[in-house]
Write a protein that binds this ligand. Sequence first.
Ligand code: PEP
Length: 243
Amino acid sequence: MTPGIRPLIAGNWKMNASAREAVDLAQAVRAGATGLAAELLVCPPFPYVAGVCGLMAGSGVAVGGQDCHTAVKGAHTGDVAAAMLKDLGAAYVILGHSERRADHGETDALVRAKAAAAIAAGLVPIVCVGETLAQREAGQAEAVVAAQLSGSLPEGFEAAGGVVAYEPVWAIGTGKVPTEADIAALHAAMRAQLGAKTRLLYGGSMKPSNAQAILALANVDGGLIGGAALVAADFLAIAKAAG
Ligand code: PEP
C-alpha cells in the first residue's frame, strides 16, 4: 500500500458470462460490497456495461470498460468511444491489456492515444504494462516496463487520477505469480518513475490465498483481477484482503 492512496480492487471479466450470469455476478458483488476500505470496480464486456451500471447505481461499486477507441465518434465498426462508456455511467476503462496488445497488435503509442481519449471523455484510464517470460528471464523486466510506461501514458495522466496495472504476461491466467520481492522491486521502480500519486495495481493470478501478502507490499495499491473476479466470493475476499 501507499500512504494516502485508497486501494482499488478491479475485476476484469474479459469476454465471459452470459447476460444472466453477468446480472447474477453484479448483484452478488453489490451485496457484498459494504464496509470495505478498498474501492471496488467491475469491468464487464461492452454489451453488459449499461445493465451493470444500473445494477451498481448507489452502491459505490464503480463500473468500467475493457477498451475504448481513440476517436470521439465515427466510422469505426465494432469499436466503442470513451464518451459512450461515460454516458452509461462508467468511470474507468482498462487500456493496453496484454491480451489486447497480443490479439489486436496494440502498441504503446496506440494505448497512449486511447488513454488521452479516455481522459478527454472524463474516464479514468487503467493502463496495463508487463513483461513476457522471456524478458523476465533475460533480466529485462524493469526496463521493459519503464519503456511501456514512457510510451503509454499521455500528458495529464497523473492529474486525471490515471491508474497503472503491472501485469506480468506470464502470470495472467496461469496460476504463476512473481515472488513478493520481484513484485516489490518492480513497483518501487514504477513509483520512482511516476511519482507519489499514481495508483499502482498488481495483476496476474491474484486469488484469496495470495492477495493479502501481495496487497501488503509497499507501492501495491490494489489489484487487477481476472479469473477470480468471475466468482463473487473470491473477488470480495480479495477486496477484504486490501484492508
Ligand atoms: C488479467 O487478465 O487482468 C488478470 C489479472 O487475469 P488473472 O487474474 O486471471 O491472471
